[in-house]
Design a protein around this ligand. Sequence first.
Ligand SMILES: *[C@@H]1O[C@H](CO)[C@@H](O)[C@H](O)[C@H]1NC(C)=O
Ligand SMILES: *[C@@H]1O[C@H](CO)[C@@H](O)[C@H](O)[C@H]1NC(C)=O
Ligand SMILES: *[C@@H]1O[C@H](CO)[C@@H](O)[C@H](O)[C@H]1NC(C)=O
Ligand SMILES: *[C@@H]1O[C@H](CO)[C@@H](O)[C@H](O)[C@H]1NC(C)=O
Ligand SMILES: *[C@@H]1O[C@H](CO)[C@@H](O)[C@H](O)[C@H]1NC(C)=O
Ligand SMILES: *[C@@H]1O[C@H](CO)[C@@H](O)[C@H](O)[C@H]1NC(C)=O
Length: 511
Amino acid sequence: MAAVLQLLLLFAVSNLCSAVHHKDAPFLHKKFPPYFMWGTATASYQIEGAWNVSGKGESIWDKFSHAGVIHNQDTGDVACDSYNKYKEDVQLMKEMGVTHYRFSIAWTRIFPTGKADSYNAAGMQYYKDLVAELKNNSIIPMATLYHWDLPQQLEDVGGWLNDTVIEHYRDYADRVFSELGDDVKLWLTFNEPFVTCWLGYGIAVHAPGKYEKPGVDPYICAHNIIRSHAKAWHTYDDKYRESQRGKISITLDADWKEPKTNSSADRAAAERAEQFKLGWFAHPIYKNGDYPKVMKEFVAKKSKAQGLPVSRLPQFTEAEKCMIKGTYDFFGLNHYTTQYVADKEDSSYVSYDKDQDIDVTVDPNWASSGSSWLKVVPWGLRSLLNWIKYEYNNPDLYVTENGVSDKNGTLNDTFRINFYNGYINNVLKAIDDGCNVKGYTAWSLLDNFEWRQGYSEKFGLHYVDFDDPDRPRETKDSAKWFKKLINTNGWEELKDASSPKYHPDGRLVFG
Ligand SMILES: *[C@@H]1O[C@H](CO)[C@@H](O)[C@H](O)[C@H]1NC(C)=O
Ligand SMILES: *[C@@H]1O[C@H](CO)[C@@H](O)[C@H](O)[C@H]1NC(C)=O
Ligand SMILES: *[C@@H]1O[C@H](CO)[C@@H](O)[C@H](O)[C@H]1NC(C)=O
Ligand SMILES: *[C@@H]1O[C@H](CO)[C@@H](O)[C@H](O)[C@H]1NC(C)=O
Ligand SMILES: *[C@@H]1O[C@H](CO)[C@@H](O)[C@H](O)[C@H]1NC(C)=O
Ligand SMILES: *[C@@H]1O[C@H](CO)[C@@H](O)[C@H](O)[C@H]1NC(C)=O
């Protein structure tokens, strides 16, 4: 009898163990697979400066920042001056031993007006020089075609709300592939289109600062970006893939949405929130050419309640669905944080936000950072990677951004090391779970222009003195830590498992 009870107990305990929540999983002392890629990332407007030289046109971020709406009235006019200092930046990366560098191309340097007939060879030369410098230092370039700096002249005729932008974007992508594609083999069409459409055309926090129809315009913006992405992917596929042999996808931002309770209503709400944010773009591209079912249902329901004859969510034609479906070679993921989501009916006003019927909160125990929206929740990345694996049939995936901010700019950034240690360990756990993660990219190489927050929120592995006209860089402890992590390709296995050297939540690994 006692033996049976013991067996039952054992069974119960082992069941509990297999159901251990990701947040309670112990630190994993192990190396990454040998092919794993390590890199850092930046974006043109955040680092380049030189906003008005060598034929560059005005972008929506030039105009937005010049309107004085940024924290401290900061602008990206000079930023990190990487337009002039790119060789120094490449040496910082070489010192860390990264395999790849993710940067973005400013459309306004290539086509100052946004249109093909304004081609500017001097602007293209800057990226040719950067790519040549990377190549000479054995760093693989990963180029983003659009990281939020739309040519202002296109915005003047509606920007992402005007579907003529699709052909202009395709022309721009085509030109860049033709000139840089012999050396650039990893392409991202768009960075975080959610942010472009919601922060730019929904709540006016980002350029171009529109908030006229937050229940309509973000959906139109996304509709045009998804079609632009698909056109650029097909352009590459049809004209360049055979000779250039690169890979091209999009990079999407996603938080992990943890159900507030395990009620079925809250679990459905968390799933819905993930579909409304990540699925908005990923579902058409990675699944069936169309928006998530739950998103179509909710926007239609809310539109009907307003008395509208059709849904505010636009529809793809059957031909467009065919054109969009499958336009990826891998999954690009930017991830920073996690939220709790609960079910909550909400029709206080009409917007993309309120269409979801959710209530979003955070745990007061989660560590904070220099950005109000960024709470430190390392295990959320593992949960998200597993969700993507399940939802999109386990695509090859690159983490294209992940990192943390502070406001003090300290070089002794132990808290940043703890952040990376915890999050990167959860990438390793996700690989153990069977997720096809192929690379990790830390945001960011440098402290830089953090959009609406100007230079007040610093994400860099290197400090930049923005008061010095020379913009000198200094190496933070986190960059030295990252170098060691890359060199070890993860963590050494513990010799004596019974006496762990490290704190179970993954605090400081290299003493
Ligand atoms: C470029 O912008 C700077 C301000 O950042 C200004 O001082 C300079 O005169 C401008 N140059 C040209 C050629 O317009
Ligand atoms: C390539 O890098 C080496 C040092 O690694 C340097 O000596 C050489 O001048 C560089 N070549 C070019 C074309 O930049
Ligand atoms: C859309 O853009 C085109 C130019 O690309 C312009 O002719 C047209 O007027 C724009 N439409 C709207 C509604 O602004
Ligand atoms: C989860 O659900 C069960 C019932 O299904 C309930 O007993 C339990 O308290 C819930 N746990 C949490 C954390 O909400
Ligand atoms: C700097 O800011 C970070 C993030 O807010 C914090 O964790 C850290 O303690 C601060 N360091 C110093 C030296 O003030
Ligand atoms: C760096 O900061 C950590 C805690 O934030 C502290 O324990 C350590 O002594 C500091 N190191 C130096 C060299 O100041």
